[in-house]
Write a protein that binds this ligand. Sequence first.
Ligand code: ZN
Length: 182
Amino acid sequence: MLKNWVVVPTRLPLVLRRCHACASERFRASGKFRVNANHKLIDAWLLALCTACGETVKLTVLERMNVRSIRPELLDRLHDNDPGLTAELLQDPVVRRRNRIALDWDNAWRLDTGGSDHLDREVIDVSVRFAARIPVRPVRLIAEGCGLSRAEAERLITEGKLVSAVRLSGKLSGDFTFTLKR
Ligand SMILES: [Zn+2]
């Protein structure tokens, strides 16, 4: 029996970065952009607010870019504070590296297993798809989806009853499949 599971974001991740005004290390994307055009050069930032004190930081999206090298569609979305653009940019590794930020996905996603009819099957093959690149521990995901404790899931791996082509003990954020035999 083949099942399809999906890891779905439920809200934007928090931005991990130290606040200069207080000791907090988490910012919430405001959903607003600031665009500054100087002759033919454009800068654009995504604004984020400290979750503790509300201090604003600017995360660089475009830096001294020639206006003609930017897709007009992107400019429109920046000017319109497009909500989907915030999610896209936070997940862009280039944006994250440039701003030296990481993301906190805790409590920002859920696992959609499409029902519970797989729980009493002896053998299941599951294909897990990630709707966003959310780093999770597969063993935690499988335990949750199959109604097992973490320890039970780890025991099944040790016994060779829970198998996958990927390492189930680490973290991953891309699609994978696994087979569980009880
Ligand atoms: Zn702060």
